[in-house]
Design a protein around this ligand. Sequence first.
Ligand code: SAH
Ligand code: SF4
Ligand code: F3S
Length: 471
Amino acid sequence: MLEIAEKVHDESRQGEAVAPIMGDTRTYSKKFYIESYGCQMNFNDSEIVAAILNNEGFGATRNADEADIVLLNTCSIREKAEQTVRRRLTEFKKTKRSKPGFLVGVLGCMAERLKAKFLEEEKLVDMVVGPDAYRSLPALIEEAETGQKGVNVLLSREETYADISPVRLDSNGVTAFVSIMRGCNNMCAFCVVPFTRGRERSRDPQSVIAEATDLFERGYREVTLLGQNVDSYYFVDETNGETITFAMLLERVAAISPLLRVRFSTSHPKDITDEVLHAMARHENICKYIHLPVQSGSTRILQLMNRTYTREWYMKKVDRIREILPGCGLSTDVITGFCTETEEDHQDTMSMMEYAHYDLAYMFAYSERPGTLAARRYQDDIPEEVKKRRLAEVVALHRRHTLESMQQDVGKTFKVLIEGPSKRTDADLFGRNDQNKVVVFPRGNHRKGDYVMVKIDACTAGTLIGTVVEG
Ligand code: SAH
Ligand code: SF4
Ligand code: F3S
């Protein structure tokens, strides 16, 4: 888990097993168990992997003990994420000894970086498969079954898995992820993603719309369009030469049905356009919530990070969002203790947080990643205890802000999409409002997938509590 996790975050959703496929009653001769780490895109990739394996006659299981194949879909974003996976791998050592033919595979972002290490030093890994090589997984399994190691970590400039319809794993049947692009070209100095996932490429809009439409027809009511940097989505339709931007894609997905909510993540502050903000304003069903990672409030640090915007530029972006989309939810990512960060830089981050008053923030101490620009050019010179102390300060400030943001909602009424029973009691249901806040209310006759208007009576630091005021 993360050092500090205010709330379940992309990268803190570590080690979740996926359930057998909903409504799938077929019997399979071989079973696989897949565990996902890292961001939402990685979780969505596991659903692509499940679809590929399903087609080849493998069934998903939630129980590692009954699996013939265990797959770990890994994350490299911080050192801690990698350590968790290593620990988990050693746990499968025993099973491997006692169960002949049992195979272990490492997928995802650690694959490329550590393939040699996994295969040579850690004999328990049979397959290493990078994020662009999942189509070759069945063949690699076959190879591994003969006792050879199955390896494919090639990155692609084209692969988007556009034709593969992901098998929805661990699904609530209401909300789903749809990847619209892969890779990243941004080269933020701290970040390993461009190395683990390769060049940015956008998926054919028609396949995105087809997938979202199919989800809607199967009862889903919310799709989250995913990309490391959705605002640089760009697709040229070769049949008519038309260029599709992210704003255009967003509007096309929103047009599927007014009952289908659309979310998206992540927006790089340098790329989010007024066109996108206006598209959001035009469509009631595009949720008014933007994840806009700032990383640091200091222009000097932002420059070192290669984020390509300044403090002032970011503030103007926040102003613009508030102007075009009043009441829009805003969240961020923050890194403390990046190379050379002074107390003054840190105070700039604190004051930026005061300025933006985020509803939600994911906060991390800087973790040097081998091969990145920062690892090659700068010294990781901020002592661990300073990074941690600054992180604790940022977290404390943010806690105050989230609580204030929740308290401001008491007395308001929100449209909520119901996702299922509340975690605490079956007598209550939970859903989210437009701004992505969790709302809990008495069940009544309402059902998962319904929209209800909920008046907020009270709140905790993470939940709004209310009652349904109209159907
Ligand atoms: N594509 C997204 C971020 C993906 S990684 C974007 O550009 O915003 C998610 C978050 O992890 C980043 O926003 C950053 O805050 C954090 N992160 C990435 N690399 C890190 C590192 N080396 N150390 C600490 N945090 C890191
Ligand atoms: Fe990493 Fe930057 Fe790309 Fe985000 S935009 S994935 S932080 S390189
Ligand atoms: Fe981790 Fe790879 Fe996502 S490094 S955050 S799983 S893109």
